[in-house]
Design a protein around this ligand. Structure first.
Ligand SMILES: Cc1cc2nc3c(=O)[nH]c(=O)nc-3n(C[C@H](O)[C@H](O)[C@H](O)COP(=O)(O)O)c2cc1C
Length: 360
């Protein structure tokens, strides 16, 4: 009996220790994401250029940004991407982000819920999102190698409308304590897509999905892809900076967001494709939508504004993006997102070269 008690105590202590380590890592991620900024490479959206239309036929009030995705209406083609949870700071951030998502009628993904599956005390840092936004669209988030039962628990925790499964090999490999065994990922994704009834979204976290990855993920039964390209938050750099003074050898790894988006939309034609990675202004948003993204994900930049300038500034940041997108739609004579997606544009420079070589 005494042995069993000691065993249980040891278990609880090692769980506490694991939670503590995860909390510290999450705090470091927020601080470093805010501090290191974006890049070093670009998203390559500069290689896409709209051909301005007409002489002006619409008024601001004619433009509608609304869209329907998986049976729900979004007021605008944005979603707040997976960022945090776990710590007290994460809870405060999630509360603010949920208020923004509720105000603007857009979905929000929570950060990885692994910590709350292993330590119930941290659950409230995620459930706050559902409390603040009871009728909103909320997405769960776990590593792609998770089990079906963990996915079900993560979904139930926040009554999620969809689940994001993140693929982050480059990040893990730059993390001293990171995963080194990626076997079984495809099988885990297939199990989840078979058993889970809500949409499953596979996402990268800043190193981009390729056409080959998109093809595999489509075969595995996911409903959506979030390209998570490079040019924005750089996780290989963030992980390296946790222990070193320089950026590390994978600072320029992966596919810039515009490349990853075109690789993905041209391959996974039946899937809903979301663009994220370095999205920070309305013109870039319009370009991402025009080349085939259903909506764009807001990550590091929104977090930076929130952490550095506060909640009001974060609301204003979203307002700015909505106004900028509306302005570009006026310039392109597009009253709605379908019309924007039929807008003429040219692809030049390295992006065009890439697509030609890849025969996409
Ligand atoms: C501090 C921080 C924490 C993040 N945590 C997660 C996470 O838990 N799960 C996940 O799928 N993505 C996570 N991401 C990745 C973002 O969802 C997004 O894919 C990535 O930051 C690229 O978008 P961005 O350039 O707009 O930041 C995190 C990003 C940041 C900045």
């Amino acid at each position: 009996m005494k042995k069993l008690k000691i065993g249980l105590m040891e278990n609880r202590m090692s769980r506490r220790h694991e939670t503590q380590k995860r909390l510290e890592r999450k705090q470091e991620h927020i601080a470093l994401a805010v501090e290191t900024g974006v890049g070093p490479g670009s998203t390559r959206f500069e290689d896409i250029r709209f051909v301005p239309q007409g002489i002006g036929e619409l008024a601001w009030a004619d433009v509608s940004l609304a869209l329907d995705v998986w049976g729900r209406t979004w007021k605008a083609p944005f979603y707040i991407n997976a960022l945090t949870g776990g710590s007290e700071e994460g809870q405060a951030i999630n509360r603010s982000l949920a208020k923004i998502a509720s105000e603007y009628g857009i979905p929000m993904a929570v950060g990885s819920q692994r910590i709350a599956l292993d330590d119930q005390e941290t659950m409230k840092t995620f459930t706050v999102v559902r409390e603040v936004n009871p009728d909103g669209i909320i997405w769960a988030n776990l590593n792609a190698k998770s089990s079906v039962s963990d996915a079900k628990r993560a979904i139930a925790m926040i009554d999620a409308d969809a689940i994001q499964l993140h693929l982050n090999m480059a990040q893990e490999l730059m993390m001293l304590e990171g995963d080194r065994d990626f076997r079984g990922t495809a099988e885990a994704i297939a199990n989840i897509t078979t058993e889970i009834k809500i949409p499953v979204i596979a996402k990268e976290v800043g190193n981009g999905l390729s056409a080959e990855a998109a093809e595999s993920l489509m075969q595995l039964g996911v409903s959506g892809l979030d390209v998570g390209g490079s040019g924005g938050t750089n996780f290989p750099v963030i992980e390296h900076r946790r222990y070193h003074e320089d950026d590390g050898f994978l600072a320029d790894w992966g596919l810039p967001t515009a490349i990853s988006l075109l690789e993905t939309v041209k391959t996974a034609k039946t899937l809903t494709v979301f663009a994220s990675g370095g999205i920070r202004d309305g013109l870039t948003v319009a370009k991402a939508l025009a080349v085939g993204a259903t909506a764009v994900g807001l990550g590091g930049e929104l977090l930076r504004v929130l952490v550095k300038e506060g909640e009001k500034a974060a609301f204003q940041y979203l307002e700015r993006l909505i106004n900028e997108l509306t302005a570009v739609m006026l310039l392109m004579n597009a009253t709605n997102l379908d019309e924007l997606q039929r807008s003429p544009y040219l692809i030049t420079g390295p992006l065009r070269e890439w697509l030609e070589i890849r025969q996409l």
